[in-house]
Every structure is written in structure tokens, then in C-alpha cells.
Design a protein around this ligand. Structure first.
Ligand code: AVJ
Length: 335
């Protein structure tokens, strides 16, 4: 196994830095990557079980339906699946199962920043699929991909054909510029015969979108507020959770769901680890997440711009969600 993790200190430090800078900015913001501590990850799983949150369910349906077509398109006998941010690998199983049934040699490389998540899913997957070779990489995505490229140069008997998957509409957290930069660097570090499979949430009726991020049970609200309890626990913060309210809405012009935490009153909050006090006006918000929704046009424009071409676009009958299979445009590889 190629697990390396010497980043704990940096990760914590990074949290403090992001909070310090984000709460001093106007408008205030905190990066959504800090949602996912143990409790936050559990809450996110809870969100995926809510009837209003269609994303994961529909993506799973599309994966189920398209797995055999993906196998046909890839035309190989062996494959290495590289997953960017594997979470609990639940949806990955939908692909791994038919891959293992069709192909003799299947290797799986999950890349995740959470070592715990990585270890758990490696343990579970090796029990379920004794024939699956798993190489977990604890890293962020691009660095992880570079590591794997190096690793595959000297490790023998690893399938050369690779499918890189990025599921769950995680790309939706990137703004258009970041998404463009991310796809560019992916495109730089993949090979000409690699395939990429990426999940995009599609633009749809505002009311459906807003319900998905304001579930009746209030799990999304807990998920959003959890970042404040993380600050309380990890950075010696003094947030009163009941003085903040979860707000999320669709910003039509920017094509994104925005999540905020709105201060219910004028208040000051001290964060010990930062050694500073932050002021919140009544109604002022901390912007905690963007979740971008794509039209087919913007989606195709985005990938083309990154030097990628569409091999297949799998969607559900109502066109709510897109799983897009891509490869590198060979002549674009020089830049
Ligand atoms: C994991 C980023 C895809 O944006 O839908 C769910 C996170 N936030 N509900 C999304 C999330 C609120 C989710 N992603």
C-alpha cells in the first residue's frame, strides 16, 4: 500500500488560517472542505438519504445503467480505476462489481485526504472483493494522481488502461475558473488512453434545487452549522450555534446553490486558537459553500476548453444529472 500522511499538522493549521482569513473578509466565508470531519461526513451521508437530495440517488441509477456500456467503450481486459475523493466508496462498488465480473485484473486507487476514510474503505472493500487490488493514496487529487503515475512506472502487473472517476458532483464546489484550472491539470497528468468519468449536477427548476439543500429533517442545516462546532472544538471557538441560521438558495445568475450561515443578532465571537474576536452584524452571513449546476452547453464548453473530448454522456430520463465519459484530445497534450 502506498499510504502516506504527514500532513495532519498542516491540515489543522490550514483550517485556522482559512477561518482567520475568511472571517476577516467581506463578505465572510469558510471553505466547504472543512465540513468533513467525522461528524460532518456522517451528516453528509445523512443528506444523501434524504428524499429531497436527488443527486446521489440519480447518479447511482445512471451508474447502474451505464456500467456495461462503459465496459464496452473501454474495450479492455484489465483496468486500473483511480478515484478522486472516494468517501465511503458506496457508488464505486456499482462500477467495481461489473468490472470484476468482466475483467481478470482490476486495480483500485482511491485518493482521499482523509486517512481514516481511506483505511476504512480499503478494509471493507478487500473483504468484499478479495480479487481487487487496492492502493490507497492519502493526498489531494492532483498530487495523488502524480504519485500514482510514478508508482505505476515501476510496479509490475498493474493494468495500464485507466479510468479516473470523480463522482458525486464534487466538481460543483469549484467555481468556473477553478473547475477549468482543475480539469486542465487533470488533463495534463492523464495519459492519452486514460478515460475520465465525472458527475455533474444539471441545471433544473429552482424549487427542486432549493428543496435538495433545505431538507425537511434539517440534516443540511446541521451539516452547515457543524463547521461552527468544529471551530469551537478544534480552534477553541466561542460560537453559539443557536445564534446562527442555515440559509441556502439558488443564485440563478451564477448558476449555483449558495449555502450561508446567517447571524441572528449582533454578536462578537472569540476564537482562541486564532487569538482574535470576530464581529457579526444581525443578518450578516458566512458563505460556506457553492454548488454549481451545469447546462449541457456550459458543461461541454468547460471540458473542451480543458483539452478533453466527450466519449459518452450518460443522463437520467429527466436530464437531472450527467455522468460524462471523457478522454484527452491527443493534439492538446503538448500545452
Ligand atoms: C458533496 C459538494 C457534491 O454540493 O451537493 C450537500 C455537498 N452540501 N448538501 C453538494 C452538499 C449541502 C455536495 N457535494
Amino acid at each position: 500500500m502506498l499510504i502516506y500522511n504527514n500532513e495532519n499538522f498542516i491540515i489543522n493549521n490550514e483550517f485556522a488560517k482559512n477561518v482567520e482569513k475568511g472571517l476577516a473578509d467581506k463578505p465572510k466565508h469558510i471553505s466547504p472542505k472543512f465540513f468533513y470531519d467525522k461528524i460532518g461526513s456522517k451528516l453528509f451521508e445523512g443528506i444523501c438519504d434524504q428524499p429531497e437530495y436527488y443527486l446521489n440517488r440519480i447518479e447511482a441509477q445512471i451508474l447502474n445503467k451505464s456500467a456495461s456500456q462503459i465496459i464496452n467503450i473501454l474495450e479492455e481486459k484489465a483496468i486500473s480505476v483511480i478515484e478522486l475523493g472516494n468517501g465511503n466508496s458506496q457508488k464505486t462498488r456499482i462500477l467495481l462489481r461489473p468490472f470484476l465480473a468482466n475483467w481478470k485484473n482490476v486495480s483500485y486507487f482511491p485518493i482521499d485526504v482523509s486517512l481514516k476514510m481511506l483505511k476504512n474503505s480499503i478494509r471493507d472493500l478487500s473483504r468484499e472483493y478479495p480479487n481487487l487490488r487496492i492502493f490507497g493514496v492519502c493526498s489531494d487529487y492532483i498530487k495523488g494522481l502524480i504519485k500514482i503515475n510514478e508508482f505505476m512506472k515501476f510496479k509490475r502487473n498493474i493494468p495500464n488502461k485507466r479510468l479516473i472517476i470523480f463522482l458525486g458532483s464534487s466538481i460543483g464546489n469549484f467555481d468556473p475558473k477553478e473547475a477549468n484550472a482543475f480539469l486542465h491539470s487533470l488533463s495534463k497528468y492523464i495519459r492519452n488512453d486514460d478515460a475520465l468519468l465525472i458527475g455533474f449536477d444539471l441545471e433544473k427548476d429552482k424549487s427542486i434545487l432549493e428543496k435538495a439543500y433545505n431538507d425537511k429533517k434539517g440534516i443540511t442545516s446541521q451539516f452547515n452549522l457543524n463547521v461552527l462546532s468544529r471551530i469551537n472544538k478544534e480552534l477553541d471557538g466561542g460560537f453559539e450555534l443557536s445564534s446562527f441560521e442555515h440559509k441556502s438558495f439558488y443564485n440563478l445568475r451564477e448558476h449555483r446553490i449558495e449555502m450561508h450561515l446567517e447571524s441572528k443578532l449582533d454578536q462578537k465571537v472569540r476564537i482562541g486558537a486564532i487569538g482574535k474576536e470576530f464581529h457579526f452584524k444581525e443578518g450578516e452571513t458566512i458563505h460556506t459553500e457553492n454548488s454549481y449546476k451545469y447546462s449541457k452547453n456550459r458543461l461541454y464548453g468547460l471540458v473542451k476548453n480543458a483539452g478533453l473530448q466527450v466519449m459518452a454522456n450518460f443522463t437520467d430520463p429527466k436530464n437531472q444529472y450527467s455522468l460524462i465519459l471523457l478522454k484527452k484530445i491527443p493534439y492538446a497534450s503538448k500545452s
